[in-house]
Structure formats: C-alpha cells, structure tokens
Ligand binder design. Sequence first.
Ligand code: ADP
Length: 161
Amino acid sequence: MKTAIYPGSFDPVTNGHLDIIKRAAESFDKLIVAVLYNNKKKPLFNVEERVSLLKEVTKDLPNVSIDSFSGLLVDYTKENDIKIIVKGLRAISDFEAEFQMALVNKKLCPDTETFFMTTKAEYAYLSSSVVKEVHSFGGNIREFVPQCVAEALKHKHTEVS
Ligand code: ADP
C-alpha cells in the first residue's frame, strides 16, 4: 500500500492545495495531509482550525486523512512508516526552496522520495498569503478558496476587527 504525505502550512487551505490533494489522492492509496506547527510564522488560523477546514474540504475523499505535526517532517514519516512526500510546484520560484528541502530530507532519510506535482495553470498565482492579503482589503476571494474557508475568513475578519 502506497501512503503519501502532503505537508504544509495550509493557512488556510486554497483551491490550489485542494487540487493537489485530489490529484495526489488518485495517485496513491492513502494520502495524509499534514499541517505543520511552525512557530516562526504567525498564522491567521491556529492548527486546530486549519485541520478542521481541511477535514471539511476533504470529507468526500475516503483515502485522505488530516493530521498535524511539529518538528522535522522526516521524524513524522519515519514514525508513521511513510516513504513518499508530495509537494506542489507553482513556479520556478517554488523550485529552489523545494529542491533544497527534498535533498535535505533525502539526506536525513534516504528511503523517502519527494514527488513534485505541477500546479493546475489556473492556480499558479494562488497562495494562502495572497488569499489573506486580498481578503484583508475587502477583496473577493470566493474563486480562490472552498466555500467553508471563505466563511471562516469572514468570521476571522470580524473577530480581528
Ligand atoms: P502557501 O502558504 O505558499 O500556500 P503551504 O505551505 O501551505 O504554502 O503549501 C504547501 C504545499 O502546497 C507546498 O508544496 C506548496 O508549494 C504547495 N502549493 C501551495 N499553493 C499551491 C498551488 N496554488 N498550486 C500548487 N501547489 C501549491
């Protein structure tokens, strides 16, 4: 059984992430989407909120599960016996950092492979940061994120202001 992990911040999950999730779920037997606790970034949504939004948007994908982790990704993959890491690539600008990370992960855990999936062209511009920025200025983000994320952003905006 081929289990893959798709790690990221998902602050919040966008249609670009969801497209990678759906395509990866078709390519592997099981996909774990793992939300990283990153204390270097100040997130808009806490990890529980990000996990809960991911659960909502993947509820119709039976081979996808959601988890969270802190620390090194390779420690999580070793503990859970996962050999495949999935990453999405939007542009050349993603490539350098992802390439470096894939090599570091390979060094730390040689039996793990990183699989890169190219974004769908229509999501190439999309990132969680763009969504948060457009939303913070009152822009329409409905085409960027699933409905429940748009609702959550609306509530967050009211909470913050
Ligand atoms: P971001 O905040 O930039 O959206 P994440 O850490 O949440 O970043 O992203 C997790 C993974 O998803 C990374 O591999 C990233 O390259 C990928 N990703 C993010 N947005 C997209 C997109 N629009 N299309 C394809 N892959 C994406």
